[in-house]
Ligand binder design. Structure first.
Ligand code: BG6
Length: 476
């Protein structure tokens, strides 16, 4: 990022400024950008929230999160506060008096406010781009199913342009996720075999050790499928599955990504598995069952684990399943993409002690221990032709110094510079919901299968992939 030009000066208006996202991620990311010389010295932050307070109260609330940072001192003086109700037109009138020139409106609010706040901004004339750009950043979740996402898109697009809307998916802020395209389109040797002729299947995993913790209210109404699949996991799927874009332009890339999701068949319940963690042990600590956590209604049958088989009907991917899984309360944190290559046409070494299926695969390790490894076979030294699995490993940390980042730096920089590549377009979001809608409908009823916290997930997820004669890569 260090060679990147400075973003133009703007006012970053944060709705929900006193909230966690703003304190833990947004403001620290802006401070990191300031330290990296990536934002204009006149960049200002204006926090809006219904809490009592003033400029100094907002600055004080941020201190704990950024106090030790060099860049904080200067930025601190450019933070101001507006107390106001998000449903009160007076709040937006007051904003209109304060905000001049370039402005980004960041909606770090409950999702119920996304539509009304954008309408109120438009009513107050704040989205008119006469004297500078006006952009709005929408956090997740963007809808809870296909109809609600369509309704929200329609509500927003009735008042602002798609070019002004930045729908966040924080997975796209991860360096390793951005690297998927570079890996594919920057290395001829990979793209040459990136198709159904050479690839047997793809596995995309986002395993978490964390449990629902204090997020019961949000999570119990959401579940693993809504929380992770149509957004984060489908972003990964579309980066793996997309055709080469004809330029690095945001819309060229987003069009190719949207085409992959548009080609995915809606997933029927017999192609999926769901689970909910029971009591168990994670890292030697006892963990209560999901239903015994705070703010959980056991009658809701919310799943904490989801696995599904996605079929993408394109020339490149026909017949190559994408197996996706995600869950909380699992034995390890592991976000990875496994590209499993097909067997060689003739198994010359079948009798020589090699595993039945040579582990010919590429693993993109997105987090933790970011890196890429290529598993293949080699001859063991000695007079016999014996083969053994080996691996070529690349670790980010060995090659690049990545300072502590919140993951929002690139996303905020891109909003300020007007680059929508890493943001979701309306069609992509709706496409994602369309693919999972049969599961949302089916899973409104019935019980998820129990799995022990600290384990690998429900047995039905193993059966899902075993039915096709395959198995999940170990969560490690
Ligand atoms: C969020 C989900 O969007 O992503 C969380 O709401 C989840 O439930 C998180 O834990 C995972 O993100 P990361 O960056 O920790 O992998």
């Amino acid at each position: 990022m260090s060679n990147a030009p400075r973003a133009p000066a703007a006012t970053l208006v944060i709705f929900g400024a006193m909230g966690d996202l703003s304190k833990r991620l947004l403001v620290p990311a802006i401070v990191n950008l300031a330290e990296g010389g990536l934002i204009d010295d006149a960049t200002a932050i204006l926090g809006v929230s219904h809490h009592e307070g003033d400029d100094e109260a907002l600055r004080g609330a941020m201190d704990d999160f950024v106090e030790d940072k060099e860049g904080w001192k200067a930025l601190r003086t450019r933070i101001s506060y507006l107390k106001g109700d998000f449903e009160d037109a007076a709040t937006f009138q007051a904003l209109a008096d304060k905000v001049k020139g370039n402005a980004v409106f960041y909606l770090a609010t409950a999702p119920g406010f996304f539509g009304p706040v954008v309408e109120a901004l438009a009513d107050a004339g704040l989205m008119n781009e006469g004297d500078g750009f006006r952009r709005v950043v929408i956090e997740k979740p963007f809808g809870t199913d296909l109809p609600s996402a369509q309704a929200l898109n329609a509500q927003l697009l009735a008042r602002v342009d798609e070019q002004q809307i930045y729908r966040i998916d924080h997975f796209l802020g991860k360096e390793t996720v951005q690297n998927i395209m570079v890996t594919r389109f920057g290395n001829a040797l990979l793209e040459a075999v990136w198709n159904s002729r050479y690839i047997d299947h793809v596995q995309i995993t986002a395993a978490e050790t964390v449990t629902v913790g204090t997020r019961g209210k949000f999570y119990d109404a959401t579940g693993a499928l809504r929380d992770m699949v149509p957004n984060h996991l489908f972003q990964l799927l579309s980066l793996v599955g997309m055709e080469p874009p004809n330029s690095f332009d945001a819309d060229a890339i987003r069009t190719e990504k949207a085409k992959v999701i548009a080609a995915a068949k809606p997933v029927q319940p017999d192609r999926a598995a769901r689970g909910r963690y029971e009591a168990g042990t994670i890292a030697d600590k006892p963990v209560p069952a999901y239903v015994d956590e705070a703010d959980i209604d056991a009658e809701r049958h919310t799943e904490t684990y989801a696995a599904l088989k996605v079929e993408v009907e394109t020339w490149r991917w026909s017949g190559v399943p994408f197996y996706l899984r995600t869950g909380k309360g699992l034995e390890a944190r592991d976000t990875e993409i496994v590209i499993q290559f097909r067997d060689v046409p003739i198994a010359l070494f079948r009798e020589t002690g090699a595993a039945n299926r040579p582990p010919n695969r590429l693993v993109l390790q997105l987090q933790p221990n970011e890196g890429i490894s290529l598993d293949f076979v080699a001859k063991k030294p000695g007079p016999l032709t014996e083969i053994a699995p080996v691996s070529m490993d690349f670790h980010y940390a060995d090659h690049f110094a990545v300072g502590h980042q919140t993951g929002y730096e690139t996303l905020l920089y891109d909003v300020l510079t007007g680059d929508q590549t890493l943001f979701q377009r309306a069609d992509q979001i709706e496409g994602g919901w369309r693919v999972v809608q049969p599961l949302l409908d089916a899973w409104a009823e019935g019980e998820p299968e129990g799995y022990a916290a600290g384990g690998t997930g429900p047995a039905s997820a193993d059966e899902l992939i075993a039915r096709d004669g395959r198995q999940w890569n170990e969560i490690a």
